[in-house]
Design a protein around this ligand. Structure first.
Ligand SMILES: Cc1ncc(COP(=O)(O)O)c(C=O)c1O
Length: 741
């Protein structure tokens, strides 16, 4: 009916063209109608039919029930597919799902040997001769750039497996389960990844025809075949192909059933897009019906809704969750995260996965040490001293002593103890909107928390100075003058303390204030503040929990860009690449003052596994040139964002360095009224288009960019292109135009 309606449109246009050639308006729907007709023409009518049935809540294919009933009735007549009983003790079901621990961190099909080894090992561990890969399983295999298809919502990947895989050695013969004729066969090896394929057609009754597909075969399987060749049930049809003949997969048979060929000839897909899952599994029913007459055992999966319900029942309500439609992330690789449907997202937020999600070298280092020993620092072990030496080598003198802890909060907690012990003072000076962790003492110095929702304001021993925001703060312009004016606030506090006969224990700050909205301190700020604080007897703590380990690009630690050396540096997130690891670096004098007789014991801090992981992170940063990458990619990304800012007035400011950037959204570049709604809109649209971003800053109007450091030019270009696309969309523009100045 849609096509008929469109045809009427184009016929009317054609008539009008003859009758009223001067009336352009009468042609207005001609081009779009042809475009849509051409698009619809490429869709098999049966696929449209099944899609519409599914949308109506019906079984997508009208013969689905017929097939199931036929299979159930005839199950005892089926010839076995292979010589081993697939329902017997020699068979194990494999987990090839997105979150499969059996797969390890394998996802790239280019690394076929590794997948093969993992499959063989899993089968060996189960003492099985056959491994079966599941039907209707979301898989991570086809999610590299090479397999991306541009959809309405950004790149899409076919990730839902709609056949069954039977993993057995190459050369294993495969038999036809039922009488049929050869419908098609082709050798896809040269240009496809699924090797030679055969499709049989089975006309089992006047009402029911179905097809069976055999993929990843040996090339010899195609010899002697011709279209229409009759194949009797139980006849040897083909052999499982060796790698790379079979498309370079671990040897197996891909076995699939189709109720319709959808005009696709022999080139029928074996995987489907996740949002079309119901339609495609409706057209391609569970092949286990042809083996056991019933559906195959499905993997024990838990639905997102169920997890959410359990979260709210079992966990504290103040654990927040990102996005209105929560993400169930099951796998991380490099700069990407994968949800449970196999959808890949570019991660621009997780600076914890510093050298890339689940970096194989870091994972390996942890696994190796974990298998041998994990104890505490009361025994001598080389891992801790090697790691301490390597970490301290990244810091300037006189930072020469390391403590190891388990988180950024714990690092800051210890830093506060160190400073208070060294100075024998209690007062701390911290930045407005600063965040330093979740413990008692850390929340007490975190204006982001005590001045935010649920907070009770600063305690008497904590003194907050204005955030040196040179874009929208008290003093504007990223200049030494602004720095001087902001630094003056610290002097006022020092004076105030002096009058009361007190001295500061410490000044604590990040160099690019993350929760403040990715605010870089103006040039010279820390030099002036550190000098004043030290003159008053206090120590200076640099919180590098977010910014450290090469992220700023131009330097390894962000404080270096300010030309200062702190007395204490706290390190967290990146150093463990996801493993709970933190560290504190300090001067000898600070460490000695702390060693006042009270033992510092930390059960987990400095354990050999954590140290092996931290050590590997440092090596990877160096050997993969990640600091240099942060500088190069960060600079060009920042330039690209600045170019966008020229064209889109919603982008008020682009700032930061290396791969620690912020984009401040405003309703109007002059009034600089913060535009949280636009920032939120963009973050949600970017997520829909396959990019994870999040907002920060006291007004929630800053998009922060702090991706894994393996974020390269390809990723930066994708980010810029998608951001431009979103900014051009009505939603963002509309919001700007309707907001009063
Ligand atoms: C600047 C800064 N310091 C400290 C912390 C606390 O680190 P953790 O969450 O590992 O305890 C955070 C955490 O977000 C942070 O951003």
């Amino acid at each position: 009916m849609i096509v008929a309606r469109l045809l009427i449109s184009v016929v009317c246009s054609a008539q009008n063209m003859v009758a009223n050639p001067e009336n352009v308006y009468l042609q207005i729907s001609d081009r779009p109608a042809w475009d849509l007709l051409e698009k619809l023409h490429r869709i098999a009518p049966m696929l449209a039919h099944c899609t519409i049935r599914e949308a109506c809540g019906w079984p997508p294919h009208p013969h689905a029930e017929l097939f199931v009933n036929w299979a159930k009735t005839n199950v005892h007549q089926f010839a076995p597919l292979v010589e081993i009983d697939l329902q017997g003790p020699d068979t194990t079901w494999l987990d090839c799902s997105v979150g499969s621990a059996d797969l390890g961190n394998y996802v790239d099909i280019a690394d076929a040997q590794r997948l093969h080894r993992r499959i063989v090992e899993t089968m060996e561990a189960a003492q099985a001769k056959v491994g079966i890969g599941r039907y209707n399983e979301a898989r991570p295999f086809y999610t590299t750039n090479a397999f991306a298809v541009e959809g309405n919502q950004g790149p899409e990947w076919r990730s839902i497996h709609i056949g069954l895989d039977v993993f057995m050695p190459a050369g294993t013969p495969v038999f036809a389960p039922w009488d049929g004729v050869v419908h098609s066969f082709q050798d896809n090896a040269a240009d496809r990844d699924y090797g030679p394929t055969i499709i049989l057609q089975h006309n089992v009754s006047p009402e029911l025809t179905f097809y069976t597909l055999y993929g990843h075969l040996s090339r010899t399987s195609l010899e002697g075949l011709y279209l229409g060749k009759p194949i009797a049930k139980g006849e040897r049809l083909c052999w499982m192909g060796p790698m790379p003949e079979n498309g370079n997969w671990s040897p197996h048979l891909h076995f699939q059933v189709m109720l319709d060929m959808l005009d696709l000839a022999g080139d029928f897909p074996g995987v489907a897009f996740p949002d079309k899952r119901a339609v495609w599994t409706g057209i391609c029913p569970d092949p286990w019906y042809l083996i056991a007459g019933r559906i195959s055992p499905s993997a024990p999966t838990i639905a997102v809704d169920e997890i959410m319900a359990k979260r709210s029942k079992l966990l504290s309500p103040n654990l927040s969750i990102s996005y209105t439609q929560p993400l169930y992330i099951q796998r991380g690789v490099g700069a990407y995260l994968y949800d449970h449907t196999g959808r890949r997202y570019l991660d621009t937020v997780n600076n914890v996965a510093h050298v890339g999600h689940e970096h194989p070298r870091v994972v390996g280092a942890g696994q190796r040490q974990m298998a041998v020993l994990n104890t505490n620092t009361r025994y001598v072990h080389h891992q801790i001293t090697q790691f301490a030496e390597a970490l301290l080598a990244t810091a300037p003198e006189p930072l020469e002593v390391a403590f190891f802890v388990n988180s950024g909060s714990e690092a800051n907690e210890l830093a506060l103890r160190l400073a208070k012990t060294y100075t024998n003072q209690q007062d701390i000076i911290a930045l407005q909107v600063g965040y330093h962790g979740n413990t008692n003492a850390c929340v007490e110095i975190s204006s982001y928390k005590f001045d935010g929702p649920g907070g009770k304001g600063a305690s008497p021993r904590v003194h907050v100075v204005p955030l040196p925001d040179t874009y929208r703060g008290l003093y504007r312009g990223n200049t030494p003058e602004s720095a001087q004016r902001y630094a003056q606030y610290v002097n006022e506090i020092l004076e105030h303390l002096h009058i009361q006969g007190r001295r500061p224990a410490a000044f604590v700050a990040e160099t690019i204030v993350s929760c403040g909205g990715q605010i870089p301190l103006p040039p010279g700020y820390l030099q002036q503040v550190y000098a004043s604080v030290r003159a008053a007897g206090g120590l200076c703590i640099a919180d590098e929990v977010q910014t450290g380990c090469g992220r700023p690009g131009e330097c390894f630690w962000a404080f270096e860009a300010q030309g200062v050396v702190p007395d204490i540096v706290t390190i967290g997130k990146p150093i463990g690449n996801g493993h709970p690891l933190g560290a504190v670096l300090c001067t000898r004098a600070v460490a000695d003052a702390f060693a006042n007789g009270m033992e510092y014991f930390n059960t987990f801090g400095g354990n050999p596994v954590s140290c092996a992981i931290g050590m590997e992170v440092l090596k990877v940063i160096k050997e993969e040139g990640l600091q240099e990458n942060a500088l190069a990619v960060g600079n060009s990304l920042k330039q690209g964002l600045a170019d966008l800012a020229q064209r889109f007035p919603q982008i008020g400011d682009v700032r930061g360095s290396g791969l620690f950037l912020g984009i401040e959204l405003v309703h109007d570049p002059i009034a600089k009224q913060p535009a949280a709604s636009i920032a939120d809109y963009i973050a949600n649209r970017m997520r829909a288009l396959g990019i994870l971003m999040s907002t920060d800053g006291p007004d929630h109007n800053v998009l922060k960019i702090k991706p894994p450091m393996v974020f390269g030019k390809i990723q930066a270009d994708f980010l810029l292109g998608t951001l431009e696309r979103v900014l051009k969309e009505d939603g963002a523009v509309f919001k700007v135009r309707t907001t009063p100045k």
